[in-house]
Structures are given as structure tokens and as C-alpha cells.
Design a protein around this ligand. Structure first.
Ligand SMILES: Cc1ncc(COP(=O)(O)O)c(C=O)c1O
Length: 416
């Protein structure tokens, strides 16, 4: 069972809100650090193991910096993410650049930073060479297509636009080898928000087999394999957190049976998880503005889908705690809605909650990854602030709330 507890008291929360009004995102630094250490410990057996945090999950330099202090790098997929990594002190091979439909300026920036470039298509070899030159170390993203089922969230790899086919990837390494490239990586990402550890062990086995085959076919040794992200989190209280140690141990057994046994060790292993690193440790705090009783009972809050898109977009469950009513009976059934002119702007539908009153504070859990990051400005909604709850209980503003001036910053009213 996943415990849905809050890392702050009501008094602490109220004093934070006095300074930084709702809606706002709060991240629990201590829990993020502890969790990062847990993931690294699960792979401490693996030579030079690296986690590249998926910047897209929580693109805030304060979060990236604290992860850097824990030894975590950055998985970037755009120019902005590369710059964020750089500003956070993450450079060189501590960055892995996995993009698709990539403009050449982004490859140039990745080269400037010395990032590991992960190509999404065989045509990108020539494109990269033309615009940025070929680095010493190049990786390819593998799409197993019909050779592997995805999971229900990411879908079928054959339908996915990413990566190279089995035939292309061998051809790609052959081209690179013949062009004099000396160092090779390989990457895949076939699973998203998956709670079953067996999927990750299966992915490791698939990649180890491929690395052996590439060695046999081309005589090249791949030095780094990145299994992607996709480790899930228990959004629902009845779900269990993924046992990271179990994944680590399963991958270790496969590594020994395949990589070590075939004389291909040491092979650097990498992950690029986002959600499992910060997801459970971010909270969207919102205040109840209105109650409405029509065919259903609505609780209208000051946050909207613009602050957290997952419930509206995927129908995803996010647990809600009504502050100071944690122990009251779940006696009412509500839809909790935001103010967008979209009927799917709901954080919860038919949710059993304690009786809610106007001005109550609601905390929406598991908003620490793909939360604020997916925010948008539809209906002129302003992006909310982000606050880091420090281990000493203090609160640090790590992104101020947007203002109308920010929103209108690209408009010139004087030219009307
Ligand atoms: C290429 C790539 N890597 C890593 C991630 C991070 O996934 P997660 O946050 O589920 O671990 C994503 C998610 O979209 C992705 O597209």
C-alpha cells in the first residue's frame, strides 16, 4: 500500500501559502534525495551506473542541481532542456540527448556541451555529421517493433515513431564504425509508468541480447546501454511502489549471464527515469473557491488542468487530501474541478472525500513529475509557483508564479 501522507503540517502549509499563494507546487527535497539514493543503491553493483534524470518531468534547475549533487545526470530532449542542464552544472557525458525530429541547432548545442547524442533515426547520422560533426561516442535508440510488446500505457512499439528498427540499428553501427567512430551506446524506451519490475528485467535481457548480436555481426563493443525511463509510481493508495532492488538484482543476473559470460563487460548501464524520481514528492496545493450542486456535486478549486494535466488528459488518478480532514469519514462524493472552459478540467470524478467547505485546502498528490512541466496557458491561466520544502522545514521559492505581464510579454498592445 502506498501511503499518501503529507510532508508538511497544516501550520507549515499555511505559512508557505501566506507567502506564495495557491495554486502552487511544493517539492519535498529530503524525500527526492532519499529516493535518488535508493535508485542508485539498487544499481551500485553495476560499473559506472548512471541515472540521467528526464528533465521533461520536472524542468526546474533547482531540482536538477540537487539531483546533480546526488550524482544524477540529465536526459534532455530539446534545446531548452540542454540549457537547463547546463545552467544546473550538468555537462559532458552527464547529459544524454535523446530527441526526435531534431533541428540542427540542438545537435550543435549538444555537441558544444559534450553530451552523449542518441540518434533517433539512421538518416540522422548524415544530418549530424553535416551540421555538428560526429562525436567520439554515439548512441542509437532502438525500437524493437514486433519483437517486443509495450505496456498498456506506452502502447505497441510498432506504432511508435521513435527509434531504429533491428535491421537499421546494425546498419547504423556499421556506418559509424566505417566512419571511424570508436565509442558506441545503445538506448531504448518501451515502457511508461509501469509498476511490474519484470518488464524492466525483460528490457535488460532484450538489450543485452542485441549487444551480443551486434558484437557478433560487426565486431564492435557497445560501452553503454540506457534502458530508458518508465518506472511507474503508485498513484493509487492501494498500489505498491516498484521494488527498485528487485529490478537491480534481476538486471544483475541478466548482466552476468549475458554480458559477463560473453566477455563484453564492463558495460555501463544507464536509466533515464523521471516520474519515479520526483513524482511522489511533488504536491499541487489548491484552495476551494466554490461549491456547486447540479446533477452532480462539484468542488471548484483555484488550480486547473493548466497546473496538472494528467487527470484531464489521461483520466489519471491523483490522490487528494483535504487538509485537516485526513481522519474524517469519506462521506461525500464530488467532482473536483478547475476553471478551464473544458469539461475534462477535473482533478477527480465521483471521488469519495470528506465533507468539503469553501476555503479548504486540497493537496493533490504525485504531481512532482510531468505535472507543472505539462502546464499551459489556455484561457489565460497563469503558470503556478514552485516551492522547495527544505530538509530543515523552510520553504524556498524555486520558480515564481507567472504574472499577466509574463503572459502578455510577447504582445505589443501599442501597435494596435
Ligand atoms: C525518451 C524518454 N526518456 C525518459 C522519459 C521519462 O519517463 P518517466 O518519467 O516515465 O520515467 C520519457 C518520458 O516521456 C521519454 O520520452
Amino acid at each position: 500500500m502506498a501511503e499518501k501522507k503529507l510532508p508538511f503540517t497544516k501550520e507549515q502549509l499555511e505559512s508557505i501559502i501566506q507567502e506564495y499563494p495557491t495554486p502552487l507546487h511544493i517539492y519535498d527535497e529530503q524525500a527526492i534525495r532519499a529516493n535518488a539514493r535508493r535508485l542508485l543503491a539498487a544499481f551500485s553493483w553495476a560499473p559506472k551506473f548512471k541515472e540521467y534524470f528526464a528533465v521533461k518531468a520536472t524542468p526546474n534547475p533547482h531540482i536538477l542541481s540537487l539531483l546533480r549533487e546526488e550524482g544524477i545526470g540529465a536526459d534532455c530532449s530539446s534545446l531548452a532542456e540542454l540549457v537547463l542542464a547546463e545552467k544546473s552544472g550538468i555537462t559532458g557525458e552527464n547529459i544524454m540527448f535523446t530527441s526526435n525530429d531534431t533541428p540542427f541547432e540542438e545537435y550543435q548545442k549538444a555537441r558544444e556541451l559534450g553530451a552523449i547524442i542518441n540518434l533517433d533515426d539512421i538518416t540522422q547520422i548524415a544530418y549530424l555529421e553535416k551540421h555538428a560533426g560526429l562525436p567520439d561516442l554515439i548512441s542509437f535508440r532502438y525500437n524493437p517493433g514486433p519483437l517486443r510488446g509495450g505496456n498498456s500505457i506506452i502502447g505497441n512499439p510498432e506504432e511508435a515513431k521513435y527509434g531504429l528498427t533491428r535491421e537499421q540499428i546494425v546498419e547504423g553501427y556499421r556506418i559509424l564504425r566505417d566512419k571511424g567512430v570508436k565509442r558506441f551506446g545503445i538506448h531504448t524506451m518501451v515502457i511508461s509508468n509501469e509498476l511490474n519490475p519484470a518488464y524492466f528485467i525483460e528490457t535488460a535481457n532484450m538489450m543485452f541480447d542485441l549487444i551480443i548480436e551486434i558484437h557478433q555481426e560487426l565486431g564492435i563493443r557497445i560501452e553503454m546501454v540506457n534502458f530508458g525511463g518508465g518506472i511507474g509510481i503508485p498513484y493509487r493508495p492501494e498500489q505498491e511502489a516498484v521494488d527498485l532492488e528487485l529490478i537491480g538484482n534481476g538486471v544483475q543476473a541478466a548482466y552476468e549471464a549475458k554480458i559477463v559470460a560473453n566477455g563484453l563487460a564492463p558495460l555501463t548501464l544507464a536509466l533515464e527515469c523521471g516520474r519515479v524520481i520526483t513524482g511522489p514528492y511533488g504536491y499541487l496545493v489548491t484552495r476551494v473557491l466554490h461549491k456547486k450542486e447540479i446533477y452532480k456535486n462539484y468542488i471548484g478549486v483555484d488550480a486547473s488542468m493548466a497546473n496538472l494535466m494528467r487527470p484531464g488528459m489521461y483520466g489519471a488518478y491523483h490522490h487528494i487530501t483535504v487538509v485537516d480532514k485526513e481522519h474524517e469519514p469519506l462521506s461525500h462524493v464530488y467532482d473536483v474541478s478547475g476553471g478551464l472552459c473544458e469539461n475534462n478540467d477535473k482533478f477527480a470524478i465521483n471521488r469519495k472525500l470528506p465533507k468539503i467547505d469553501i476555503d479548504d485546502l486540497l493537496v493533490i498528490h504525485d504531481a512532482g513529475a510531468h505535472g507543472h512541466a505539462m502546464g499551459f496557458n489556455y484561457n489565460g491561466k497563469l503558470r503556478s509557483a514552485e516551492v522547495l520544502l527544505r530538509p530543515d522545514g523552510s520553504a524556498k521559492l524555486i520558480r515564481r508564479a507567472e504574472t499577466l505581464e509574463d503572459l502578455f510579454g510577447t504582445l505589443d498592445f501599442n501597435s494596435l
